[in-house]
Ligand binder design. Structure first.
Ligand code: JCQ
Length: 227
């Protein structure tokens, strides 16, 4: 899978060279690159922002550099998916991550300031599949950190990226519920004991206990998931 991120801060994406995603890149399972939006400007100051028509606070990203960058990056056959991290998008979740993990080419458009000229999206939507995606109901300074989270959630679902395929199977089992609590050695730590059932060796009882815990937690912390 090829992933590109268009950004005025390519260094944000240096972290993708470490850990599991770094290894996936070394193994050519994942091909990631950050593309500097300022490389698609033509003025001395490499300007990417301007004030909004109609007034209002702050600055917007200009259409022209985005147009030139996307002209170059979006495949002419329409096979690229353009993802725009924005609080005004559909909510990101595991299902969306799994859908995106099946794609050959994803371009993340990372906006800064108050966002990007709307015509960039209107135009790009005629050239590519486009998804405006939100990580949640809060505002970040730019799309980079949201893109990083999405890239990690997507890339770990590509076959070969996670060594332990069991982890993924287990996850899809508990589908729709929060994770049950987990423990490792020692059995007693600071007077706190690992639940007896987990040390019993009774696998049916353990599975039953874990499901009960997952349901209890979900009711308490995320009742919306049970609706
Ligand atoms: C993403 N949840 C929050 C902020 C405008 C493209 O336009 C904009 C992008 C951002 C950055 O993304 C977020 C975000 N999910 O803040 C404003």
């Amino acid at each position: 899978m090829k992933i590109q991120a268009v950004t005025i801060f390519p260094e944000f994406f240096d972290v993708l060279d470490i850990s599991l995603l770094g290894k996936a890149q070394e193994q050519n399972i994942l091909d990631f690159s950050a593309v500097n939006l300022r490389d698609y400007t033509h003025d001395k100051h490499r300007t990417v922002d301007d004030s909004p028509y109609g007034g209002g606070a702050g600055m917007l990203m200009k259409a022209e550099p985005w147009g030139e960058a996307l002209d170059e990056l979006l495949a002419k056959d329409g096979s690229t998916v353009l993802v725009v991290p924005t609080p005004a998008g559909e909510l990101f979740n595991q299902e969306l991550a799994a859908e995106l993990a099946t794609k050959e080419h994803i371009v993340f458009a990372c906006g800064r300031y108050e966002g990007i000229d709307q015509r960039v999206f209107d135009w790009a939507a005629t050239k590519s599949e486009m998804k405006m995606i939100s990580l949640g109901d809060y505002v970040l300074n730019g799309g980079e950190v949201a893109a990083l989270a999405m890239i990690e959630a997507i890339a770990r679902l590509i076959p070969g990226v996670i060594g332990n395929a069991e982890s993924l199977v287990e996850e899809s089992h508990s589908n729709g519920l929060l994770e049950y609590p987990s423990y490792t050695k020692p059995a007693i730590w600071r007077d706190l004991e690992v639940p007896e059932v987990l040390r019993s060796g009774n696998h049916a009882e353990i599975a039953k206990w874990r499901l009960e815990q997952a349901i209890e937690r979900t009711k308490r912390i995320r009742p919306d998931l049970l609706d």
